[in-house]
Design a protein around this ligand. Structure first.
Ligand code: SOE
Length: 397
């Protein structure tokens, strides 16, 4: 049998997404029959992130101390960017200039201008690009996409989308996620971006206008740490607080908008919704049916079929683990054995390899141009929120 082409992957960045991507590149060859074989060739991390320890733990063959040389290396076939948001463009542009395919964590960038330049350079470079909006590859979300494409929803009238977390209390120091110059925004680009992408994906429609928007920063100052170790969402909270400094991003964002097919929509994202630890999802109401997804029950999709006799209509819970009906189910375990957060990243790695091997992804994977549309929604919401439109009730006589 012909030897499959090998693809040397270079991971630029570490942290939480460095861990999810490393796990995906190490797992994908065990669970998927990919047209190209990924090799965990080189990883790059900042000196203070202990890059040697990271590479050894996750199985990267080489450790780079010069990411520019790495992305230019003739050995590298894919550059995978997992830096903080403000560096996505810097690394991606260098990789594109070297003619390398690039996969990048979401959001595309911390600002629209850089995102636009990334799209243009990708177009000129004529290489595949990918953005890891991982939640598209929860089988339940991918199946929602297929149900919507089948016409099961009819004309979509309402979209409700949410991404609610509750980790950002006063004890969390001023990590990069709270610094505008690094993250670009807070819950907006970090969380709302996911459900903007998710609802664009499932409805198949673009958002065409923003009709109201508000940001809120509840905790105005946070402790400046001398040392923050790697780790989960909060980036580790060890270290000794030296002083307090202002938070320059949102803790919460809400906005209302309209989709191109006429649906009206409400979005909400926050890091301070006590009791909601990673609750993202949607409810999409159409003339023939509705769908509900909640990531905290990620194997399940709620479906309401409004086409049958009214007397037997009701919400049904579909366990999206049955091959071949449910996307990716054939790669994992038998019915109702369930998968988790990490598996959506492995599903994403598999689809990247399918595209690089000349095959179609199981469901569409955003390239830079697609992810730019989500970035434009982020920007439009920010612009409207800055106008601070509101009617105070004490003004209403
Ligand atoms: C932090 O809020 C975060 O790690 C997001 O950045 C991820 O995209 C999400 O999957 C989990 O929460």
């Amino acid at each position: 049998m012909a030897e499959k082409q090998h693809l040397n992957v270079a991971l630029i960045g570490q942290g939480f997404m460095g861990r999810t991507h490393s796990n995906a590149w190490s797992q994908v060859r065990k669970f998927f029959k990919s047209p190209v074989t990924p090799v965990m060739h080189t990883s790059y991390g900042m000196p203070q992130e202990e890059p040697q320890v990271f590479a050894q733990k996750w199985g990267w063959q080489n450790v780079s101390t010069d990411w520019q040389a790495t992305v230019r290396s003739a050995e590298i076939g894919l550059v995978d960017v997992v830096t903080p948001n403000h560096l996505h463009a810097t690394v991606a542009k260098a990789a594109l200039a070297a003619g390398k395919p690039v996969s990048c964590e979401k959001p595309l960038s911390d600002n629209l201008a850089d995102a636009r330049e990334m799209v243009e350079l990708a177009r000129l470079a004529k290489v595949p690009t990918f953005v890891w909006y991982n939640y598209r590859r929860c089988p339940a979300v991918a199946y929602a996409y297929k149900l919507a494409r089948s016409g099961a929803l009819g004309t979509i009238r309402h979209v409700r989308a949410f991404y609610l977390q509750d980790w950002a209390d006063e004890s969390v120091p001023l990590i990069w996620r709270f610094q505008k110059e690094v993250a670009g925004s807070g819950s907006h680009g970090d969380l709302a971006a996911h459900v903007i992408d998710m609802t664009r994906f499932v409805t198949g429609e673009e958002i065409v206008e923003i009709n109201g928007a508000m940001f809120e920063t509840f905790i105005k100052q946070r402790a400046v740490l001398t040392k923050v170790s790697g780790g989960g969402i909060a980036g580790g909270t060890q270290g000794d607080a030296r002083a307090m400094a202002p938070v320059t991003v949102d803790d919460a964002v809400l906005f209302i908008c309209r989709f191109e097919g006429g649906a009206v929509a409400h979005f909400e994202a926050t890091r301070m919704a006590t009791g909601n630890q990673n609750r993202n999802g949607f409810e999409i109401n159409g003339t023939k049916g509705s769908l509900k997804f909640n990531f905290e029950r990620m194997n399940e999709l709620e479906y309401y079929d409004a086409t049958g006799p009214r007397g037997i209509q009701g919400w049904r819970t579909i366990m999206c683990t049955h091959a071949p009906d449910h996307p990716y189910a054939d790669a994992w375990w038998p019915d109702s054995h369930g998968i988790g957060y990490e598996h959506a990243f492995t599903n994403t790695a598999s689809d990247i390899l399918r595209v690089l091997g000349g095959q179609e992804p199981v469901v569409p994977i955003p390239d830079f141009a697609d992810a730019f549309k989500t970035q434009r929604v982020l920007e439009a919401v920010t612009l409207l929120a800055q106008e601070k439109h509101c009617i105070r009730l004490d003004q209403v006589k």
